[in-house]
Each structure stands twice: as C-alpha cells, then as structure tokens.
Write a protein that binds this ligand. Structure first.
Ligand SMILES: Nc1ncnc2c1ncn2[C@@H]1O[C@H](COP(=O)(O)OP(=O)(O)OP(=O)(O)O)[C@@H](O)[C@H]1O
Ligand SMILES: [Mg+2]
Length: 282
C-alpha cells in the first residue's frame, strides 16, 4: 500500500477533539544515578507537539530518545520539568497513550486475535463490540487471515502489524513508537511506513516516533526533533516541508538528508568519542 496525496481524510466520528492530544514538554530533564556515575540523559527539553502531528525524535544511540518517549508514556518520571497531555500533567501510563516497541512486545501464548483483543477485555468492552473492533483493525492491517496464528509463526513485519493493531484497537489519541521498524528488512520497513502514514491520516493520531534513521524520519514526519548526545538537548526542531507521498530520490529529499546527516554526525562523533574514552555505557 502506497501513501497517497489524499492522506488527510474528513474527520472520522471517533476523532479526538482539537487539542485533545497536545503534548507539552516543558524544561524536561532526566538524570540517571547520582554522584560520579550520574548520567544526564535529558536536559532542558522544551517542545509542544500539537494534536495530530507526526513527530520523529532523531539522534544517535544514547541521546535520550527512549528516555523522552518513556517520560511521555508515563513509564519513567522526569527529574525536573513537566509533561502535559491535553493540559493534564503526565504522572503515569494512561489509555490516552499507546506504545509500540521495537521488539514486538506480544504475548507469545496468545493468538493474533487474542493479542489484539487483550486490551479491549481489560477495558471491559463487550464481546460483540470487541469482535467488531478486532475484525475492523485486523482488516486495516491485513491480519484477517492470521487471527488464529501465534506470534512465533509470524514474520517480524507481521508481528509488528499485530503490535500496532493491538494499540489501534484501543484507539488512543497518541501513539508512541520506539524504533518500531528498526529490526525489519528495507522493503518490509517501507511497506509498514506507508501503512503507518495511512493509519495516521485515517485515524488522526498524534505520533511520536523514535528513529536512528534520517531517511525514515524525513519520509514519515511533519517535524523532526534532533537531540544531542549526552546530555540530550534539543539540537534542531525542523519542519519537513515536503508534500506526501515523498519521493526519497528527489533533490529536496536529499538536500534535507544532507542537512540532517551533518547534524546527526556531529552527535554521532561525540558518541564515538565517549565510547573510545569508556564514558559511554550504551
Ligand atoms: N535506567 C538507566 N540507568 C542509567 N542510565 C540510563 C538508563 N536508561 C538510559 N540511560 C542512559 O541515558 C542515556 C540516554 O539513553 P536512551 O536509552 O534514552 O538513549 P536512546 O537515544 O534511546 O539510545 P538508543 O538509540 O541506543 O536506543 C544513555 O546514555 C543511557 O545509557
Ligand atoms: Mg532508545
């Protein structure tokens, strides 16, 4: 499935109210440990992500991408600063934020259908309604013929479809994704990127997507936030001015790629230097 120029569809009935999914990150800092061994993973990051925006967090290993995403998810509190979701401080995980990880966090003892249905059961959604949601979401992600399979019998790409379906079934306004396609081969990755763009447009989610890949960030995002390596500060906040579907071979795409590569490489060199001097713990 290829993303089309008509990505933005009319507002579906279940869409969140404007502003309902705004994420306001204000002077966010996070320090792991204390004393000599303390690691400043994030320092004074301030960024507001409007409802419906697709944002990529980009930077080399150890620059605090997962730390920031986990703080938005409510998994790991900040040391100082605040994160507000639709105006309310984030203090713990909530049904308004769904997380997709790189390592296909599926229940291996459950079938695809049971994995997708799991959150609905916890939420107390009635059987008939849950059946309808599972069928619709499975259809959306091309999983209808795989509902009886177990995760071990699926390819990496299919497993990641299930992970996305599981979150989508709960219909959170915000999807947080930590290198979800990092372990996939290039063609599967592109297919899932296109599917994600389609889903984002159709369901009007706010997406915060972590990646190492400059090309992936430019292909997907409305906006790219580049972080520095230790401490993780905001290095650049860049709007991607390209219309979708994006042509990765175009001159504009490649100009942006060069610009971002310069920024990321500066931080990558700091990471490499830290590794050589033994101060990196990644
Ligand atoms: N629980 C922890 N205890 C101590 N240090 C940590 C912990 N989690 C992360 N760090 C450190 O904080 C820094 C930021 O880590 P983080 O995982 O957010 O980076 P990242 O950008 O997601 O990297 P990667 O691309 O490798 O996933 C790193 O230096 C890491 O070693
Ligand atoms: Mg990470």
């Amino acid at each position: 499935m290829t993303a089309t120029a008509t990505l933005r569809k009319p507002e579906p009935a279940h869409a969140a109210a404007p502003g309902a999914a705004e994420i306001a990150i204000d002077h966010a800092s996070k320090v792991f440990g204390t004393g000599e061994g303390a690691v400043v993973a994030l320092e004074d990051v301030t960024v507001t992500i409007p409802s419906g925006q697709f944002v990529c967090l980009l930077g080399p290993s150890g620059c605090g991408k997962s730390t920031l995403l986990n703080a938005i998810a409510g998994f790991s509190p900040l040391t100082s600063g605040t994160i507000r979701m639709a105006g309310r401080p984030v203090v713990d995980p909530g049904p308004d934020r769904g997380m997709v990880f790189q390592e296909y966090a599926l229940f291996p003892w459950m079938t695809v259908e049971q994995n997708i249905r799991f959150g609905l059961d916890i939420k107390g959604v009635g059987r008939g309604e849950a059946d309808a949601i599972v069928a619709r979401i499975a259809g959306t992600l091309g999983l209808s013929d795989f509902l009886g399979r177990f995760p071990k019998d699926l390819s990496g790409g299919m497993r990641q479809r299930v992970a996305i379906a599981r979150i989508l079934a709960l219909d959170p306004p915000v999807m947080l994704m930590d290198e979800p396609f990092g372990a996939l081969d290039a063609l599967t990755r592109r297919t899932l990127q296109d599917e994600l763009l389609r889903i984002w447009a159709e369901y009007r989610k706010t997406i915060v997507f972590v990646t190492h890949s400059i090309e992936e960030a430019i292909y997907l995002a409305d906006r790219i936030v580049v972080l520095t390596y230790r401490p993780g500060r905001m290095k650049r906040d860049l709007t991607v001015p390209l219309a979708r579907p994006r042509d990765t071979a175009s001159a504009e795409f490649n100009a942006l790629k060069r610009e971002l590569a310069g920024l990321v490489m500066e931080e990558q060199q700091r990471f490499t230097q830290a590794e050589l001097t033994g101060s990196a713990v990644d």
